[in-house]
Design a protein around this ligand. Structure first.
Ligand SMILES: *[C@@H]1O[C@H](CO)[C@@H](O)[C@H](O)[C@H]1NC(C)=O
Ligand SMILES: *[C@@H]1O[C@H](CO)[C@@H](O)[C@H](O)[C@H]1NC(C)=O
Ligand SMILES: *[C@@H]1O[C@H](CO)[C@@H](O)[C@H](O)[C@H]1NC(C)=O
Ligand SMILES: *[C@@H]1O[C@H](CO)[C@@H](O)[C@H](O)[C@H]1NC(C)=O
Ligand SMILES: *[C@@H]1O[C@H](CO)[C@@H](O)[C@H](O)[C@H]1NC(C)=O
Ligand SMILES: *[C@@H]1O[C@H](CO)[C@@H](O)[C@H](O)[C@H]1NC(C)=O
Length: 741
């Protein structure tokens, strides 16, 4: 009992008094020290207590990982591990031997891991405050460093030399080697690639820093530096540096930083506040930077499973993360791992002589998908879609037929590197055994699990309600002819809305037929007189407009912008979104107007640089930094406007008494973080009775006004978040500084 109290006292002292702890030269671990793998095994901490070295219990397995982690935050995030492929059973012993070896052995004595190539003369070990664990000689010269053998993470002050590698882990909580790898190549490129597990054979790159120099090498990169201020860069031989992390980032004084090759293949720099704010840890790791920007698109090549597993296709979520879906008739190999690839739910015996394959199989259509050629085995010019379908039906090798650009391709399993892709009018016809009948061959016991969700993911997402356009679902695209046919040459008008007229139609696929509404866009956008003025006169007017009406308008504008960004054959960036440019008709339907500044972008020109346009207060920061201008500038302006709609006030109100309240976009994050949102709508009783929704809308707006354009969601995602189709995650601070509550 007495000893326990003493331990508590020590912990208490070191947590309130880091200076006292630092006063000891460092936390030297003497030769002969050891740690045992057990539930409450002690750890070796760095002087500040920021990092700890020791054993971590793996999920319910009685197996342990020898690791280094951030010790002061609730997540205890692991940044280095020794034995991911070979977890240590309980009772295993880590020992710094008297002759300077550093070894991990099973209870029975077999070696699990040892520090390799340690030079002679080790005098002590130490966990440093940088997160580096070192073995040093009597002169404190480092003879071995964990920083030289990174796992999946690097930390500020860590350097990657030529030949250095990071390997992803398998999944979030399985630390064995995953299939993604980061390498800093001797010729100077930092690349990401997949490997052919369990070997190290390298498949093609999906990211390349392009910092090598084909000429004499003088301009080639030779080190990757994650500097103490939290900036990652490649240093060239001539001393120039290529910034990887850009812009303002949270200060390393107040935030921990790490850059991790995540198990989904994305190399991500994260920041985490060092201390709780107002007693609570309201923030976890937030994303500072990542590459590649679109892993679904950048993952190419003929070998390997792609960003997702086999037989699934990839889409990006709003945080640039890959999200994988099985083809219809397939479900996940491992239901707990969406990257595990998909297997057929049912395999039906197929006989080339079957006279009526239509009775055994049905076709499910997945539109807008791109599949590389590696799984093709036959192609022929398409005379009709039916012919392509029939040909696949009567061919036992055919699992999927792709129709694209007048060609029918037949594909065999497994399919890899598939992705949903806008503007790819290719569609996949997936041949799926019909569920009735007798000659079914179950593939696995969990045959029907999740089947309902997996079947026909594309059609499932369409909500063809009256008045809403099928374009809103944004998953499936149609040609003009498809739509003209569907609406019987635009015969029955349902109504008129932003940008055009809505017609009734019917879309048929081999498996179903649905009533839809089709909106025909007016060729570029001629406006009739708007009887109810602009959103500005409405929202900033004298009497406060109805809360629900305001939300409806916010959603309406989001939808309109989404059309401009994504649905027009040529992408349109408006560049001057503000309430004065939103017109209202007599039913308060919103229409975006004043395309005076709009940029029309053709195909690959989606990033562009140009002189500043737009209106002060609504203009995204990248305009001022001569950064590329993308559709994300409209997302920023939309975020500002959304806040104005929520609060019924202008973004900038110089006449405000309290200086902190002058600029809405500057104050909103603090109000959100400190749970004072009610004050933003304090005179609005309807809104105050709907605080959950206020919070969600504010969170969306904060995402939209992120300083880093790549963190802002697309308008499609904004719309889905507003409509509650997808969750809104906790937004990071839109700028580097935010005060303490
Ligand atoms: C981690 O995944 C690998 C490969 O799938 C598997 O062999 C291993 O058993 C898993 N490890 C743990 C601790 O679950
Ligand atoms: C990376 O890109 C550069 C420039 O495009 C090229 O020269 C180099 O070969 C690429 N590196 C690898 C490993 O593919
Ligand atoms: C870190 O890198 C950034 C960007 O390259 C640079 O501005 C900053 O001065 C560097 N900080 C340190 C401490 O080296
Ligand atoms: C890298 O970033 C630093 C600080 O942000 C800046 O001073 C420097 O000019 C940048 N270098 C390049 C090559 O862009
Ligand atoms: C908007 O239009 C409605 C219907 O025409 C009308 O009753 C209302 O007064 C108008 N409001 C404004 C602000 O003009
Ligand atoms: C801090 O938290 C306390 C208790 O939760 C709360 O009463 C107080 O208002 C908070 N302070 C700020 C500035 O938000």
């Amino acid at each position: 009992m007495a000893i326990r109290n003493l331990q508590y006292l020590c912990l208490f002292l070191s947590s309130i008094s880091p200076i006292l702890a630092n006063a000891q030269t460092d936390n030297r671990i003497a030769l002969g020290s050891s740690l045992l793998a057990s539930d409450n095994s002690p750890t070796w901490k760095s002087p500040s207590g920021d990092f700890a070295f020791g054993f971590r219990l793996l999920d319910n397995q009685n197996l342990f990982l020898l690791a280094i982690w951030f010790d002061k935050i609730p997540d205890k995030t692991i940044v280095w591990y020794a034995n991911g492929d070979n977890p240590a059973p309980k009772g295993s012993k880590l020992e710094l031997t008297n002759d300077g070896q550093f070894t991990l052995n099973k209870p029975q004595g077999q070696l699990i891991w040892k520090a390799e190539s340690v030079r002679n003369g080790v005098a002590y070990a130490s966990m440093l405050d940088t997160g580096n664990f070192i073995l040093a000689n009597g002169q404190s010269l480092y003879l071995w460093e964990s920083f030289k053998l990174p796992s999946d993470t690097i930390l500020p002050s860590q350097v990657l030399e030529a030949g250095a590698k990071l390997n992803s882990r398998q999944t979030d909580n399985n630390y064995s080697k995953g299939r993604f790898q980061l390498q800093f190549l001797a010729k100077g490129d930092l690349v990401l690639n997949t490997i052919a597990l369990p070997t190290d054979l390298v498949y093609s790159n999906y990211y390349n820093s392009s910092t090598s120099d084909g000429l004499n090498g003088m301009n080639s990169g030779y080190r990757v530096v994650f500097n103490e201020s939290g900036y990652l860069s490649v240093i060239r031989r001539n001393g120039n540096l290529v910034n990887l992390t850009l812009g303002n980032i949270p200060s390393t004084r107040d935030s921990y930083h790490r850059a991790t090759l995540d198990f989904d293949g994305i190399f991500t720099q994260y920041a985490h506040p060092k201390a709780p704010r107002n007693g609570t840890w309201d923030q976890s790791w937030s994303i500072v930077w990542y590459e590649p920007k679109d892993i679904c698109f950048d993952m190419t090549g003929d070998y390997g499973r792609g960003a997702c597993g086999y037989n699934s296709f990839c889409t990006l979520d709003s945080f640039g993360r890959p999200s994988c879906e099985c083809l219809p008739g397939f479900s996940l190999e491992d239901p707990n791992n969406k990257f595990s690839g998909c297997k057929q739910d049912k395999v039906r015996k197929c006989d080339p002589g079957d006279s009526n394959p239509e009775e055994l199989f049905e076709i499910h259509v997945v539109s807008n998908t791109f599949w590389p050629s590696s799984s093709n085995y036959e192609r022929f010019p398409l005379s009709s879609e039916d012919e392509c379908t029939r040909s696949c039906f009567s061919d036992c090798n055919c699992v999927v037929a792709i129709i694209k650009e007048g060609t029918c391709w037949k594909k065999k399993l497994p399919l890899s590197n598939g992705r949903l892709e806008r503007n790819t009018y290719g569609k996949a016809l997936v041949k799926v055994p019909k569920s009735d009948g007798s000659s079914e061959y179950p593939h696995s016991p969990n045959l029907d699990q999740g089947k309902k969700d997996q079947t026909n993911p594309i059609l499932k997402k369409q909500k063809p309600t009256r008045g809403s356009s099928i374009l809103e679902t944004n998953i499936r695209s149609f040609t003009y002819k498809d739509l003209r046919d569907a609406t019987d040459d635009f015969r029955e008008e349902l109504g008129r809305g932003a940008f055009g007229t809505v017609y009734k139609g019917t879309i048929s696929s081999p498996s179903s037929s649905k009533e839809v509404a089709v909106k025909k866009l007016d060729k570029l956008l001629v406006y009739e007189y708007m009887s109810n003025g602009t959103l500005a006169s409405f929202v900033f007017g004298i009497s406060k407009p109805d809360w629900n009406k305001r939300i409806q308008m916010a959603v309406g504008v989001a939808r309109g912008l989404m059309y401009l960004h994504e649905e027009c054959s040529t992408q349109i960036i408006h560049c001057d979104i503000k309430p004065q440019n939103i017109l209202l008709d007599d039913s308060y339907t919103t229409r975006i107007s004043d395309f005076g500044l709009a940029k029309l972008l053709m195909g690959d020109e989606t990033r562009t640089q140009t002189v500043i346009r737009g209106t002060k207060g609504y203009v995204a920061p990248e305009w001022f930094r001569s950064k590329p201008i993308t559709a994300k500038v409209d997302v920023y302006s939309y975020g500002v406007m959304l806040l104005e709609i929520i609060c019924c006030r202008k973004n900038v109100e110089l006449e405000r008494g309290n200086e902190e309240d002058i600029i809405l976009t500057d104050m909103v994050y603090d109000y959100y973080k400190c749970k004072r949102l009610a004050m933003l709508v304090e005179h609005d009783e309807e809104a105050r009775n709907d605080m959950k929704r206020v919070e969600r809308l504010v969170m969306v707006a904060i995402w939209c006004i992120q300083e880093d354009p790549s963190l802002r969601p697309s308008m499609k995602t904004v719309l889905q978040m507003l409509e509650g189709v997808i969750e809104v995650s906790v937004p990071p601070s839109p700028f580097p500084f935010s005060s303490i509550c």
